[in-house]
Design a protein around this ligand. Structure first.
Ligand code: THG
Length: 261
């Protein structure tokens, strides 16, 4: 499974403070720690508060790359912020993300082609996040079709059904889990899928437990990647074990150690 480390996000107070004070050490430690814990990629998000997100994204990408070679997921709702991230990234990056709006798809699929980037497509449009699996699948199909039309390789596309917090949208867990399963019927080979895992437990009192159980259920339904906290060792162990049970890794008694190597 593609593990994308979520911790370099201005939504976190320590990161917001590091950005404000241009404190490279904090960001570089987060980059190293997540990479050592098994992150295959690092999400980079300036956070909602940044007044100068373009400059902040450039600084974050440069700062991270001074410490690690891990590929980056450039996370912003603004195309200009994504573009500076892609321009600054030394290795192949992942655009996080486009919605299923036509204008947004055109602009961001264009950037994916121009910078040879991978891309996440969110199953939402101007009407917002759909609350049922069928509309999520419709929007996923639209993203898949646009991707094919624009010449972006389907192997470089991840569909994100958008996970909502279980405490305020309890009926959405099953819709997302079933959507992940349905997406695999949209084309052959099936599109890859990704979720922002920690969304599910926001505002709850049992974050690690809820994250872990939801992730394992999503993996059982075919999930290919997740933006998550790789420093949660039990979570990463659960991901590896779920994939072992699904026969995606070869069993040996030390399978957790073997995987981490
Ligand atoms: N899909 C895609 N990208 C995403 C998301 C998604 N990027 C952002 C987000 N969702 C995934 N990343 C996070 C990062 C942090 C948290 C949740 C998701 C989080 N933060 C604490 C909180 O809000 O409670 C911050 C608190 C603190 O300061 O410590 O939960 O869905 N494609």
């Amino acid at each position: 499974m593609l593990i994308i480390g979520e911790l370099i996000n201005g939504m976190y107070q320590n990161v917001a403070k590091a950005i404000k004070e241009q404190d490279k050490a904090i960001i570089q430690k987060l980059a190293k720690d997540q990479t050592e814990a098994g992150a295959n990629m690092l999400d980079v998000n300036t956070g909602p508060a940044s007044a100068t997100p373009v400059e902040t994204m450039k600084w974050l990408v440069e700062t991270i790359q001074e410490a690690v070679d891990t590929p980056l997921a450039i996370d912003s709702t603004k195309a200009d912020v994504i573009e500076i991230g892609l321009k600054t990234a030394k290795s192949r990056a992942l655009i996080n993300s486009t919605s299923a709006d036509d204008e947004k798809l055109d602009r961001l699929l264009g950037l994916a082609k121009q910078y040879n980037a991978q891309i996440i497509g969110l199953t939402m449009d101007k009407k917002g996040v759909p609350r049922d699996r069928a509309t999520r699948s419709e929007l996923a199909l639209k993203i898949v079709s646009k991707c094919m039309e624009s010449g972006v390789n389907l192997e470089d596309l991840y569909i994100d059904p958008i996970v909502l917090p279980v405490n305020v949208a309890q009926n959405q867990g099953i819709e997302v889990l079933e959507a992940i399963r349905e997406f695999q019927l949209l084309c052959d080979p099936p599109p890859k899928t990704v979720v922002g895992l920690s969304n599910v437990s926001q505002g709850t009192q049992q974050r690690p437990l809820i994250n872990r159980i939801f992730m394992v259920m999503a993996i059982a339904n075919g999930l290919s990647g997740a933006i998550l906290d790789p420093l949660d060792k039990d979570l990463v162990d659960a991901a590896v074990t779920a994939e072992l049970i699904l026969n995606k890794h070869i069993y040996c008694d030390s399978f957790l150690t073997a995987y981490r190597k």
